[in-house]
Write a protein that binds this ligand. Structure first.
Ligand code: BGP
Length: 466
């Protein structure tokens, strides 16, 4: 028999600011990269999103009805600091004060992501993460958050999916490439280094200012599998795990660059430059837990480097390959979602075990879920059995992992409410709560409870036994 979930397990769900809030230029908010970026064709813009900014009370009430113990959301940097640095926007501070208080009113623990893909436009103009001052900008932003919300917020996440920004930044759209760039890999990993330092400074500051708070990184972690038992594929699998996963967490936890990644960067003449003080803060700062997003596993085979990739960032599969190190391939054992993502609940268990074995820190799941074309029926229902199946299968694997001895803090799937997808607009829905809007027609923006809403409510009420 499997062990039960811990009594104080943080059941909840996630969102991010630009994907739900809207009010993109209201009440003094400065534009962020999300407001100025070129949208993927045929997708909604983020001026209204799902209007969480104005409807947060109704939304939190629905989360409370499901029995949420936690709500993971992000703070829009440019709502709080319209220029990214300097002047604070009181209305922005007030909005998150209200949001936090609304959660606490229902006993919902706010879990705050400090950065979720939305660099203030004013800092984009200064070079974004390529600017060596970016870690200081982030530290000062962190200080504003800790000063204003630290009395009530216990769980902090530094940077959402830093590894995805590094590996597939051009696909997410978060990468800024300065004109003078001659070695793209070097530029990308220098930006990555600035983010690692930014994270370390925020973790250190958090522990100085808020001794009771807990803070951790939130990368997207998916264990890499070898496509066969060919020894060359095992080497590829090790390369893939190092470059995709361990780089980020080895640095966060042990304060050192993973040796396989360092060797890879040396081969590309792309090792990052350390500023004075970087090595020390990276060494000293420590996370209290590891948060991670998991949607699918990752299968690779050996690559001799001879394959020609015309445009590495043309699609996710080639973007996730590293010629000469590993090639991303489809896993023939797995089914896929409507949007082509492989479904691998057992890989979730394998990922939790690997993370805990390697780092011995409690784990917090900050994203997991299935994007689908949900349909609102004439009588106001949304039948989403595929979501219930997907989430149930993944929750069972958390139980397995707990029984394997892994320390789990909580589960916050993507997403609490329908929101604008990073690549596909509103048509790719993830929420327990349906929002009545189309890509280009805002309709009523009314909220509806999906079938998965009632199911998740039972899951939480029974502490995961349902
Ligand atoms: C993660 C991001 C989220 C969210 C999710 C689903 O990478 O942290 O912001 O978008 O993936 O991805 P998508 O919207 O592309 O389906």
């Amino acid at each position: 028999t499997l062990k039960p979930f811990p009594k104080d397990f943080l059941w909840g769900a996630s969102t991010s600011a630009y994907q739900v809030e809207g009010a993109s230029l209201e009440d003094g908010k400065g534009p962020s990269f999300q407001d100025t970026k070129k949208l993927p064709p045929g997708t909604a813009d983020l001026t209204v999103s799902v209007d969480h900014y104005h409807r947060y009370k109704e939304d939190i009430a629905l989360m409370a009805e499901m029995g949420f113990k936690a709500y993971r959301f992000s703070i829009s940097w440019s709502r709080v600091l319209p220029d990214g640095i300097g002047k604070v926007n009181p209305k922005g501070i007030e909005f998150y004060n209200n949001l936090i208080d609304e959660c606490l009113k229902y006993g919902i623990e706010p879990i705050i992501t400090m950065f979720h893909f939305d660099m203030p436009a004013a800092l984009e103009e200064k070079g974004s993460w390529s600017n060596a001052s970016s870690s200081e900008w982030f530290k000062e932003f962190a200080r504003v958050l800790f000063e204003n919300y630290g009395d009530r917020v216990k769980y902090w996440l530094t940077i959402n999916e830093q590894n995805m920004m590094t590996l597939v930044g051009p696909l997410i759209g978060t990468l800024r490439v300065p004109e003078a760039t001659t070695n793209l890999t070097k530029e990308i990993y220098q930006q990555n280094h600035h983010q690692l330092v930014a994270q370390a400074k925020a973790m250190q500051l958090c522990h100085e200012m808020l001794p009771k708070a807990k803070i951790g990184p939130a990368p997207n972690i998916a264990l890499a599998y070898p496509n066969s038992n060919r020894p060359e594929d095992i080497i590829a699998e090790q390369n893939a795990n190092a470059i995709r996963n361990w780089l980020y967490l080895d640095m966060a936890v042990y304060g050192r660059y993973n040796n396989l990644v360092w060797a890879y960067l040396e081969a590309k003449d792309a090792t990052p430059t350390f500023a004075p003080g970087d090595a020390e803060v990276l060494k000293v700062a420590k996370p209290d837990f590891i948060a991670f997003n998991y949607y699918t596993s990752f299968t690779v085979e050996a690559s001799d480097g001879s394959e020609q990739i015309a445009d590495k960032f043309a699609d996710q599969q080639s973007a996730m390959s590293e010629p000469g190190y590993y090639r991303s391939v489809q896993n023939q054992n797995l089914k896929k979602t409507e949007f082509g993502w492989e479904i691998d609940p057992v890989g979730f268990r394998a990922t939790m075990r690997a993370l805990y074995d390697r780092y011995q820190l409690p784990l917090l799941v900050t994203e997991n879920g299935i994007g689908a074309y949900d349909e609102l029926t004439a009588d106001g229902k949304v039948h989403d059995p595929y979501r219930i199946v997907y989430l149930r299968e993944h929750i069972v694997q958390i139980k397995e992992a707990i029984s394997d001895g892994v320390e789990m803090l909580g589960y916050n799937p993507w997403s609490a409410i329908d929101l604008i997808s990073t690549h596909e607009g509103i048509k790719k829905r993830y929420g327990f709560i349906y929002v009545d809007r189309d890509e280009f027609d805002l309709k009523t923006l009314k909220r509806y409870r999906k079938d998965s809403f009632y199911w998740y409510k039972k899951v939480i009420a029974t502490n995961g036994e349902n």
